[in-house]
Design a protein around this ligand. Structure first.
Ligand code: V47
Ligand code: SF4
Length: 375
């Protein structure tokens, strides 16, 4: 075995932190078995045999966006026939539907609409929260928070404070892509840069909000850009401890400007899951987002560092527009079966990783229409 790989293995067994150079060795010299064994060790040390899932729904209030990220198949121009803006009634319908299905979380993100102000985004959370107070609102990526600051010229703390009053519960991890300017300048040169993304999450953590972090891999970046990205996330986590989950996101090539780049292989998906788990020693959770990975790879990823498969995910558009052929929705029974087949113990969590105990299992409740209570 490469000498450096032996050293890394000893460090991981001893619970020591890996360096940038270690990360580069993993990228260039580690095979999949080596990565999987070590990542699984860390995963089981942190989360035992548990694999988390949640019951959630997505809401993308608009796909109209002032930006034109090269990888984005979701966005639409202001006047494009593909563009949509949901009405208050449609938004509430989505939220009510989520509650009816037993969801504990609504994941709310969208485009930066040319004609909508900060108040519209705040209004969305306010009306949902007023009508469905049991739904945890995981809303607005750092890119949106940056846009709100550009629109209002007001401090982020104030804007977040108002959103918290309106019903905001936590921040999703999107918009991170790859922080390094050499990559970001090509993928999405105009939107919030890497430093701003970090600043938004730092502010959220200071205000007591938890958040997630993502990394978009498999487009034009090089291994050093990925390791740099992971170390920037790790540094902020050292500072605040506010991150819950890391979610590596595989580039999807359909219907965007980078369609000439092939989709990352299954091997690459598992490698990035494992490397993320190994480098982010201070993140409690790593998520295998099944919509993005496909159900089968997500299942295998539970042995390569991941301890979470996200949720039932109804109404997903971002990955389906970019060519994902995974289903629109997984039932709780599907999720639990997938996890059990992988030899793990399924645990339903809420957004903040509290266990959700249901008096009547969700799948039975759907069949009987019985009222459900969360204990
Ligand atoms: O920010 C968009 C990425 C993200 C493509 O926080 C693409 O729990 C690959 O962040 N190929 C949105 N990636 C999704 C996201 C997310 C998903 C699930 C859970 C959580 C969480 C966060 O999707 C965007 C962007 O980085 N993205 N288009 C594409 N063609
Ligand atoms: Fe707009 Fe987000 Fe798509 Fe970029 S990724 S074009 S910011 S919707």
């Amino acid at each position: 075995m490469h000498h450096a790989l032996e050293t890394i293995s000893k460090k991981v067994h001893a619970g020591e932190r890996l360096t940038f150079d270690d990360g580069m060795v993993l990228e260039h010299h580690a095979d999949l078995h080596y990565l999987g064994e070590l990542a699984n060790l860390v995963r089981e040390r942190k989360n035992g045999n548990t694999a988390y899932y949640n019951v959630n729904t997505h809401l993308n209030p608009t796909n109209v966006c002032v930006y034109r990220c090269q990888f984005c198949a979701f966005r639409a121009d202001l006047k494009s026939p593909k563009g949509y803006v949901m009405s208050d009634e449609q938004i509430l319908e989505r939220a009510r539907g989520a509650v009816g299905r037993g969801a504990t979380e609504l994941h709310v993100v969208g485009g930066l609409h040319h004609l909508k102000g900060f108040d519209w985004y705040k209004h969305i959370l306010a009306i949902i929260h007023a009508e469905c107070p049991s739904l945890h609102l995981k809303a607005w990526t750092a890119v949106e928070w940056d846009w709100f600051q550009r629109l209002t010229k007001r401090p982020l703390e104030e804007l977040m404070g108002e959103m918290i009053e309106a019903g905001l519960g936590s921040l999703p991890g999107g918009g991170a892509e790859i922080f390094h300017p050499d990559v970001r300048g090509v993928l999405c040169e105009h939107k919030a840069d890497g430093e701003e993304w970090i600043k938004v999450h730092r502010t959220a953590h200071k205000l007591g909000l938890r958040s997630n972090a993502t990394m978009l891999y498999g487009s034009i970046e090089k291994p050093e850009h990925r390791i740099d990205h992971l170390l920037k996330l790790r540094a902020l986590q050292d500072e605040t401890g506010g991150f819950q989950t890391f979610i590596p996101l595989a580039f999807h090539p359909e219907n965007n400007r980078l369609s000439h780049i092939p989709k990352p292989s299954g091997l690459m998906d598992l490698r990035q899951m494992a490397i993320g788990r190994l480098m982010l020693d201070n993140f409690p959770h790593v998520k295998a987002y099944w919509v993005m990975l496909g159900v089968k790879t997500a299942q295998v990823a539970l042995s390569y560092g991941a301890d979470d498969i996200d949720g039932t995910v109804v109404h997903e558009i971002i990955y389906h527009d970019a060519g994902s052929d995974s289903p629109q929705e997984m039932t709780v029974a599907d999720l639990r079966k997938l996890i059990e087949e992988a030899g793990r113990v399924p645990v339903e969590r809420d957004t903040l990783y509290n266990q959700v105990v249901r008096s009547v299992p969700t799948e039975k409740r759907w069949a009987t229409g019985k009222k459900l209570s969360l204990v």
